[in-house]
Design a protein around this ligand. Structure first.
Ligand code: GLY
Ligand code: MN
Length: 360
């Protein structure tokens, strides 16, 4: 993947920048290990990591590597002294107070905002391809797991099957904890799969479902070569009652309206409003309790946030989710989520999975 440029130190008014968020270290250097600091100076960057990565780091990093035994910050102090760094930028939203207090006696720290996260918002063509592959694996895993669905499965069984299929298709792991929520539990937007039946029981035995048909919400994402995907589909087990159909129809309409509003230069809040207005027309705006979407890439949630008060203007090359939902306590919830690429003329829906109301 072609390297992104390093942050501009003079614009940040610092002599050097210490990158401590591993995901930002990865973005700038290519290094994927679990312990590293990246020091950016006017001469380039240096990666500090520990001996576990002696073989891996020089292979992955596009910047020179220093293997450090013991705390990384100690080696960094020597470097700061040698290079006469007086003002060191640190990632204010990411660095630990512990590391700051170790550095502070030796150098002036300057709090730097999410500049690297802002660079990451617009994806390179290579990154878009990675996300496309991740989305594809995720959707294929969904189809494979549904083929193996049995009414005897619990929510946890189905989540495990979805994650197993992702890995079989090449994913490193899920991009976040897979959500499988059945019946009334699907009204919790971030429910955890439990050892409760995914399908309703026909006769009285289960306390978790009262009817022989119910909603089933699945929210899943794969992590493939570091890049995330994110998709939610809401299915129905057994014949849906009219209330479930109404919810589904309204959420789908809202999702399509928001997708229609996605284009270069549109504000994130305009996209959010497009979804919210449709739900309002259905009398369901109070049931939509979260924002319409978020950026994704090396992390599952990245800027821009697609929410009510977000002024960010969309740019071609951003990859975002569109995921309105409506949640009814005691009954269940519907969410429909695609991953989309912002283009100059509108957007490309990357998620290939059908949004028909599927009945199992
Ligand atoms: N799909 C998980 C989330 O967006 O929070
Ligand atoms: Mn999402």
């Amino acid at each position: 993947m072609p390297p992104p440029p390093l942050p501009n130190l003079s614009a940040l008014k610092v002599d050097a920048l210490l990158v401590s968020a591993l995901v930002n270290v990865r973005y700038l250097s290519g290094f994927t290990g679990s312990n590293a600091l990246l020091l950016v100076t006017s001469r380039g960057a240096t990666l500090y990591t520990d001996p576990r990565y002696e073989l891996q780091a020089p292979h992955e990093s596009r910047w020179p590597v220093r293997i450090i035994k013991g705390p990384l910050f100690r080696a960094l102090l020597g470097e700061l002294r040698r290079r006469r760094i007086r003002r060191l930028g640190v990632e204010a939203n990411r660095i630990t107070l512990g590391l700051c207090s170790q550095l502070e006696p030796h150098v002036r720290l300057a709090a730097i905002g999410p500049v690297i996260e802002e660079m990451r918002m617009v994806k390179s063509p290579e990154e878009v391809e990675q996300i496309r592959r991740s989305v594809d694996v995720n959707s294929r895993a969904f189809e494979r797991a549904l083929k193996r669905f049995r009414p005897s499965m619990t929510e946890s069984d189905l989540a495990a099957e979805l994650e197993y299929q992702m890995r079989r298709l090449g994913a490193e792991k899920p991009a976040f904890d897979t959500i499988v929520a059945a019946g009334a539990k699907s009204a919790l937007p971030h429910a955890q799969p439990g050892r409760v039946p995914a399908a309703p029981r026909r006769s009285g035995g289960s306390v978790h479902s009262r009817s022989a048909s119910q909603l089933l919400l699945i929210d899943m994402g794969a992590l493939l070569e570091g890049y995330s995907s994110d998709m939610t589909r809401t299915l129905h087990i057994g014949n849906p009652e009219p209330k479930a159909r109404r919810l589904y129809k309204a959420v789908l309409e809202a999702q399509l309206a928001a997708i229609e509003a996605v284009r270069e230069n549109a504000t994130a809040s305009a996209v959010d409003k497009a979804a919210r207005s449709v739900l309002k027309a259905h009398g369901m705006d109070r049931l939509f309790v979260h924002s319409t979407g978020h950026g994704l890439g090396l992390e599952i949630h990245e800027p821009p946030r697609i929410g009510r008060r977000e002024k960010t203007r969309l740019q071609a090359g951003m990859v975002i989710t569109i995921e309105p939902g409506a949640y009814v306590e005691g009954f269940g919830g519907v969410r429909i989520e695609d991953t989309v690429l912002v283009t100059e003329k509108g957007c490309e829906i990357l998620t290939p999975t059908s949004k028909e109301f599927r009945v199992l």
